[in-house]
Design a binder for this molecule. Sequence first.
Ligand SMILES: NC(=O)c1ccc[n+]([C@@H]2O[C@H](COP(=O)([O-])OP(=O)(O)OC[C@H]3O[C@@H](n4cnc5c(N)ncnc54)[C@H](O)[C@@H]3O)[C@@H](O)[C@H]2O)c1
Length: 264
Amino acid sequence: MVTGGAAGIGGGVSRVLAREGAVVILNDIDPELAAANVAAIAAEGGRAVSVIGDIREREVVQRLHDTALEVGGGRVDVLVNNVGDFRYGNGLFLRSTEEGWLDQYRVTLEHVLRCTQAFLPVMQAQGSGAIINNSTVEAIRGIPYNSVYSAMNAGVIAFTKSLAIEVGQYGVRVNCIAPDMADTLQTPAEAMLRGRDPELIRSWIPLGRFGEPDEYGRVVLFLASDLSSYVTGHVIPVDGGTMAASGWYGRYKKKGFTNLPDNP
Ligand SMILES: NC(=O)c1ccc[n+]([C@@H]2O[C@H](COP(=O)([O-])OP(=O)(O)OC[C@H]3O[C@@H](n4cnc5c(N)ncnc54)[C@H](O)[C@@H]3O)[C@@H](O)[C@H]2O)c1
């Protein structure tokens, strides 16, 4: 199961898992994007079934659960809690509202708890399963004007670690990815560049380019598969090196790095 599995990082996760033979139950709020990704997966010889709806709704989680069990013949192997959105309630914390905090909680953390509670009993009973949550590097290093987003995503990481300890005894592993700099509908490379010199990217990201959805998908594949059979309770940043470079910036149009961005 991949929530928000039609486009962006979730789209990449769905395609990569399907390429490895998984039957993907792809939840998405957007029916057209979902149909396009189901078709893309089918064109590559894979299989995906869509469950259309807003994952923040209990009824949608229930439908995802029922569809997955039906398609999987009572078995579920991998749950990817991917939906999240930094655009809810960003801005100065002092201008944020309690309503906005709740919106951010609902889009970031509540459905992760709800989906996990829905699928965990099946995984525990079968003695295996992998849950992969999608957080952000900004839950680890901080981000101004997005403190509520950051806090809720730190909750996703804390939930990942704590649950991993609790359910390891049932053969269920729980891990997390922390993306940065993906070129997606939510954070298009074009919007980040805003017409500026693409050379700037080298000063933002050590690998010198934005991440493609499939590159996040391949890390999820690692955490979903037996390749990571002894890995649980961890967070893997998928960020082109931005976490490692925090505080150090590639010089714009020059060689080398600076920790004094005003003095390029
Ligand atoms: N893009 C980045 O660089 C980046 C960085 C850090 C963290 N993340 C996290 O990665 C995740 C995916 O980000 P993205 O950039 O791929 O997003 P995106 O907006 O490009 O894609 C999200 C997908 O989920 C679907 N979706 C949105 N809300 C939904 C809902 N309520 N119910 C069901 N489906 C829904 C959308 O239709 C879309 O297919 C998010 O949790 C985001 O916070 C992304």
